[in-house]
Design a protein around this ligand. Structure first.
Ligand SMILES: C[S@@+](CC[C@H](N)C(=O)[O-])C[C@H]1O[C@@H](n2cnc3c(N)ncnc32)[C@H](O)[C@@H]1O
Length: 242
């Protein structure tokens, strides 16, 4: 595993988030399975399908956590995957799940300051990581830099809910079920309360798409998924197809 330096942007907030993920890492997968009832697996598959041929090349899994996306991309035939996250404990749990000899480079680092080569990835994904990153513009600019021209990046995220049905779902599921069930499984209710609250203070999907455009991306698609809480945004670096 290669390690990178301190976190850019808002170091205080970032450090607290990093420590929180380190704490909940051992129970993260179980909590995810129970809370999502498997629907997150479908979301991830959909995100990978949206990458087209790039998903079979060199792929970046940003905020990889315990590597659900890394594993899914590998199963889909990716040549190699770089799994990057700033939580050493999340990565350690993910590493245990990798098949022997899997073509995965594990990098501990900050999404806002990628120590990765320019134009080195055919495609990339970030699952439910970016709303924890203090400066999304910095992170998007970094993603733009490391993608090859024509490369796509898929973002699965819980944006701040706008529609009435999404707000109702948020009020019941995220504010009540998430902290209660996540808290019971992890023993850390505060961590799951943070995850719910962070949706309320994050960008709305159109605001995120505007930021992506500002750093140079084209928006391929942006849509709400079901249940009406997660969204998938697919962006592309202009240029010849990867
Ligand atoms: C909710 S988890 C999602 C993990 C995985 N992508 C998934 O779909 O299950 C969010 C991850 O983002 C990571 N993360 C948050 N801020 C980060 C940053 N600034 N740089 C790198 N990783 C970060 C956390 O450590 C955590 O593993």
């Amino acid at each position: 595993m290669t390690a990178q330096g301190p976190v850019a942007g808002d170091p205080g907030r970032a450090l607290a988030v990093q420590q929180m993920f380190d704490r909940i890492a051992p129970t993260y997968d179980l909590a995810n399975r129970v809370l999502s009832m498997g629907v997150d697996t479908l979301w991830r598959r959909r995100a990978i399908a949206a990458l087209g041929e790039g998903a079979r090349g060199q792929v970046l899994d940003l905020c990889a956590g315990t590597m659900d996306i890394t594993l899914a991309v590998l199963a889909g035939g990716a040549r190699c995957v770089t799994a990057l996250d700033f939580s050493a404990e999340m990565l350690a749990c993910g590493r245990q799940r990798l098949p022997e000899g899997a073509p995965v480079t594990v990098v501990q680092g900050d999404a806002q300051d990628l120590k990765l080569d320019d134009a080195s990835f055919d495609a990339g994904l970030c699952g439910f990581g970016l709303r924890n990153v203090p400066d999304n513009r910095l992170a998007l600019a970094q993603l733009y830099r490391v993608l090859r021209p024509g490369g796509r990046f898929a973002v699965l995220e819980f944006f701040r809910p706008v529609r009435g049905d999404a707000r109702a779902f948020h009020a019941v599921f995220n504010k009540l079920v998430l902290p209660t069930v996540g808290g019971l499984i992890s023993g850390d209710r505060a961590a799951y309360a943070y995850l719910a609250d962070s949706m309320q203070t994050y960008l709305r999907r159109p605001e995120f798409e505007d930021l992506a455009r500002e750093v140079g991306f084209e928006i391929v698609s942006g849509q709400e998924l079901l249940p009406p809480v997660a969204s998938l945004v697919v962006v592309q670096k202009p240029g010849a197809s990867a």
